[in-house]
Design a protein around this ligand. Structure first.
Ligand code: UT7
Length: 333
């Protein structure tokens, strides 16, 4: 029996933007009681990028978006929907996605942000997959963009050494095809009971901006590092296994794993527990640190544009972030 064509959500192009300014571990040594050796051995990070004064999530997102559109050979005016995954929006409202829409000239697109922190891009991809597979939209631009440097306590060595700024983007297109291609499945989860282990506790919507909260640095990232570490390994492995099983795949079938880049030791533990080889695990944390929602799309873009990831490759994405939120996606590239 002939299989009828159905709509697949195919990744048609990727892009990324990294600010020019590099902040190395050696620079941090001059600012804090830390060392290059500690940071490198505990996290795998060597340097990270820091946004310039006139840059923010929307400006970086727009640059990444323009690159993804060019790569996908798609005009901005043909985009139906823009989703920006960010936990560092330019302002509380309007959404960062609306600023991006204006900047790139995507006049007919609906635009909104999703807030799922380091899992944000996985959430955005999952949403885009549903809209495309249902036939509602044809061209969707998804972006992860973060200016973490603006919400860090630069005197807290347990958090400020970890994060960096940047943006990554992808264009998803609806394509009628009989063969299996594009996003095969996405799996997303949350656990609000764990919201306290990594958060920005200052509640502008809850209490307004207060002098006390500023003095206590409540508008900065606070994290219980080792608990977050353990949860990251556990949940990323769990959801990656679920995604593989759902598609009848085993780790040997996967050409590239693109994990969230929070800590090289987390990535190594996830790969080890999945029995997944290091040479097929994409890692760029040494260059950028943890760019939260931007980490996965930046990694996807680097794997794609460097020619490492090729058409037809099976790609497994997995990540965890504040919320807690976590998820996985399997893509036939
Ligand atoms: O994006 C998703 C969310 N984020 C994550 O998934 C990150 C998860 N957590 C981590 O990556 C790790 O827990 C950290 C890198 C944050 C910390 O590594 P750790 O191996 O869990 O170290 P620790 O917190 O247990 O601290 C070990 C020691 C402590 O000293 P004492 O108490 O043993 O004397 C810390 O004070 O390391 C000390 N320390 C540092 N020393 C030098 C903590 N930060 C630093 C630092 N430089 N930057």
């Amino acid at each position: 029996m002939n299989k009828l064509p159905s709509i697949k959500a195919v990744v048609a192009g990727t892009g990324a933007y990294l600010p020019e300014k590099v902040l190395s571990n050696f620079d941090l040594e001059k600012m804090l009681d830390t060392s290059d050796t500690w940071i490198r051995t505990r996290t795998g990070i060597q340097e990270r990028r820091i946004a310039a004064k006139d840059e923010c999530s929307s400006t970086m997102a727009a640059e990444a978006a323009k690159m993804a559109l060019e790569c996908a050979n798609t005009e901005a005016q043909d985009i139906d929907l823009i989703i920006v995954a960010t936990s560092t929006p330019d302002v509380i409202f309007p959404s960062t996605a609306c600023f991006v829409q204006k900047e790139i000239g995507a006049g007919k697109a609906a635009a909104y942000d999703v807030s799922a922190v380091c899992s944000g891009f996985i959430y955005a991809m999952s949403i885009a997959e549903q809209y495309i597979k249902s036939g509602r939209y044809k061209n969707i631009l998804i972006i992860g963009s973060e200016v973490n440097s603006r919400i860090l306590d630069w005197t807290d060595r347990t958090t400020c050494i970890l994060f960096g700024d940047g943006a990554g983007a992808a264009v998803l297109k609806g394509v009628e095809a009989e063969r299996e291609c594009g996003v095969l499945s996405s799996h997303i989860y949350s656990d609000g009971n764990q919201s306290h282990i990594i958060s920005v506790p200052g509640g502008i919507g809850k209490t307004s901006v207060t002098h006390e909260a500023i003095d206590e640095k409540q508008y900065c990232i606070k994290m219980v590092g080792n608990t977050t570490f353990k949860m990251a390994v556990k949940k990323m492995v769990e959801v990656a296994k679920e995604a593989l099983e759902f598609n009848g795949l085993s780790p040997e079938d996967i050409d590239w794993m693109v994990p969230h880049q929070a800590n090289k030791r987390i990535i190594d533990s996830v790969a080890e527990r999945l029995d997944f080889p290091e040479e097929k695990t994409f890692i760029n944390i040494h260059k950028y640190g943890n760019t939260s929602g931007a980490a996965i799309p930046i990694a996807l873009h680097e794997a794609n544009s460097s020619g490492k990831m090729k058409a037809g490759d099976l790609v497994l994405i997995t990540g965890l972030g504040a919320g807690l939120t976590w998820g996985a996606v399997v893509i036939r590239w």
